[in-house]
Design a protein around this ligand. Sequence first.
Ligand code: ATR
Length: 278
Amino acid sequence: MTTHESIPLAGVIGWPIAHSLSPKVHGHWLARYGIAGAYVPLGVAEADLEAALEALPKLGFVGANVTMPHKERAFAVADTRSDIATRLGAANTLTFDPVNGIAADNTDGFGFIENLREKVSGWDAGAGPVAVLGAGGAARAVIVALLEAGVPELRLLNRTKSRAEALRDEIAPAVTVLDWTEAEASLAGASLVVNATSMGMAGGPEMALTLHEIGPDTVATDIVYARGETPFLTAAKGRGATVVDGFGMLLHQARPGFERWFGRAPEVDDELRKAVLG
Ligand code: ATR
């Protein structure tokens, strides 16, 4: 077997991949800490995922992030799986080990919680009910992370109710599924409101809610990063809520992979934010 001792390689596997900010995140950290390594975008079509995962360790890759549309398939082909990846049935962080093969983990929920902790000082999962809008792939990791963090009540609202019920039955029995027609009313008293729908995203449907039930005691967050403030966050700000954009989730979810592959716990700070957005 070939050995690649000097220059560890990692990357992000997805399709399409050109838009991914992960190479900038890891590239900044590698330069900042003077680590001789590289992190590259890896555009891999669905039919080629397994062949790519077999080849990458042989080419000197020590791990990879996985994004759409490969998170479920990467989880399935891994040799070992963390508890959280198993619960979600999806992986975003893979580590390649010569002895144990591919280890799958999912750090999306970690990134979500760490972003809240960074941005809202004293953020407390136990502070009150949480409302999550949306039940797609992106919502799943966030819902499980919130339940594990100890939220006392999680209201799940999705336009297609059956999808929310399926999510509850599959991975999160403790959530309360409510009707989308009551979405506005369901936000009353929520300490945290999470937008995990595509409403208001570039190219997505219009933001259809006014958020008139929330106020200064509410934290509102989007889980998808968009340049500029999203209509969801604008509406929340208009109600006096504390708003947290989804950019930090992307930065924080990258931390565990970087540490495993390159041996250094990286920092999320303004220098990183500027490097990635600049
Ligand atoms: P992802 O995996 O990134 O979450 P997705 O699976 O396409 O993407 O999910 C998009 C989310 O936005 C879903 O919760 C979707 O609701 P449905 O399950 O009913 O499709 C939600 N969504 C999309 N368009 C919407 C709209 N016009 N109003 C409300 N919710 C919408």
